[in-house]
Design a protein. Structure first.
Length: 368
């Protein structure tokens, strides 16, 4: 990998391939794989990631919103794309770009059916999303009769799959709750199959589900964070490779005397002689203020350099006292040597939030 000369997010497609093979190794050979590439593929580069995954033979892609699916189509993605949380205002676009909606409520079903009819569709693929305990999005078990009645009114749509989402697949202290979710899902899909008269494919597991609940595998799994190198578990993390490395450089070095302060609101105040480095990365790049004032550290030539004072919009100051470095040297924010999981944890958040928050201002650089 090249030495950074500005703030850059390196995306290692070889690590992505490794993670995909690792996750696949946990699955039966016939199980389909949906790569979740929402939110710019967890802050990396959705188009490049999807192109790579399409080349690796993934079966499906998942995005949250229509616009993300359109971007994939424009980038040459021809595999089916499941839109997890579509809004009625985009239903025409979904059909025009061959994007398959998650249908999660009676209201959404009615509205999508109308649009599918308007476009003279026959058997347009839709995916029924059931709530089994996350209580976020999805039909309830007792909506099945309404759904079936509505679907039998026309042949504009056809159910491609039935799915649900686990609330705590990474948390083994919630195993009993998760088992209940799996049982509820099993009950729902049995009823749907019987009443529908055909058998759509089923899917339930996210990354941690793949790791912890083989019995919930069904016909497909949906993985996001695992592909990007994090498994919500120390042992699994040691098997995966983070694909993203965020690097920056030292813009300027200052010598601080006792009694001087650093940064806005004078949040850091020195009691002795310190050396500080100012870096071209700030909260507008996705390193939020919650990491400031000593909560998180970066690595300068492998040595810990804590953030001092408040993180600014475009800059962050770190304490490099005693570290042999100079202006222009590279600084590591997170990556394989300092995991995003650990960095995020220093401010009580999770890798998902840190990764997806790296703003579009940061240049992405692909390594393959
Ligand atoms: C985001 C999402 C996933 C991916 O979850 P990971 O924990 O990143 O593997 C799977 N399914 C649904 C419905 C999601 O919203």
């Amino acid at each position: 990998m090249a030495i950074a000369r500005e703030t850059v997010l390196e995306i290692d497609l070889r690590a992505l391939e490794h993670n995909y093979h690792y996750l696949r190794s946990k699955l039966k050979s016939e199980t389909k794989f949906l790569a979740v590439v929402k939110a710019f593929a967890y802050g990396s580069d959705a188009e490049k990631i999807a192109q790579k995954m399409q080349g690796l033979g993934v079966d499906y892609f998942g995005v949250a919103y229509a616009k993300e699916g359109v971007a994939l189509r424009n980038a040459g993605i021809t595999k089916p794309i499941l839109v997890l949380h579509p809004q009625p205002v985009n239903f025409d676009t979904l059909i025009e770009r061959c994007l398959e909606p998650s249908i999660y409520s009676p209201n959404i079903l009615k509205q999508f059916l109308n649009i599918a009819k308007k476009h003279n569709q026959k058997d347009y693929p839709i995916h029924l999303k059931f709530n089994t305990g996350l209580n976020r999005l999805g039909f309830w078990e007792n909506d099945v009769d309404f759904i079936i009645a509505k679907l039998k009114e026309s042949n504009a749509v056809k159910v491609a799959s039935v799915f649900s989402h686990l609330a705590a697949s990474e948390d083994l202290s919630e195993e009993e709750f998760t088992r209940k979710q799996i049982n509820t899902f099993q009950k729902i899909v049995t009823e749907v199959d019987k009443k529908l008269g055909y058998s759509p494919f089923k899917h339930l597991l996210n990354t941690s589900g793949i790791i912890n609940y083989a019995q919930g595998q069904y016909d497909m799994v949906r993985s996001g964070i695992g592909l990007y190198g994090y498994g919500n578990d120390t042992i699994i993390d040691s098997q995966l490779k983070p694909i993203a490395t965020l690097k920056t450089i030292i813009s300027q070095i200052h010598k601080i005397e006792p009694g001087e302060s650093v940064g806005y609101n004078r949040a850091y105040s020195s009691t002795d002689y310190r050396t500080t480095a100012t870096l071209p990365i700030g909260h507008a790049d996705g390193i939020g203020r919650q990491y400031g004032n000593g909560k998180a550290y970066f690595l300068v030539h492998g040595k810990k350099a804590p953030i001092i004072g408040n993180v600014c919009m475009d800059m962050t100051m770190i304490d490099i006292t005693g570290i042999d470095c100079k202006e222009g040297d590279e600084v590591l924010v997170f990556g394989p040597e300092l995991s995003a999981h650990q960095f995020a944890g220093s401010a009580n958040t999770i890798s998902y939030e840190l990764l997806t928050g790296i703003s579009q201002r940061v240049r992405r650089e692909l390594v393959d």
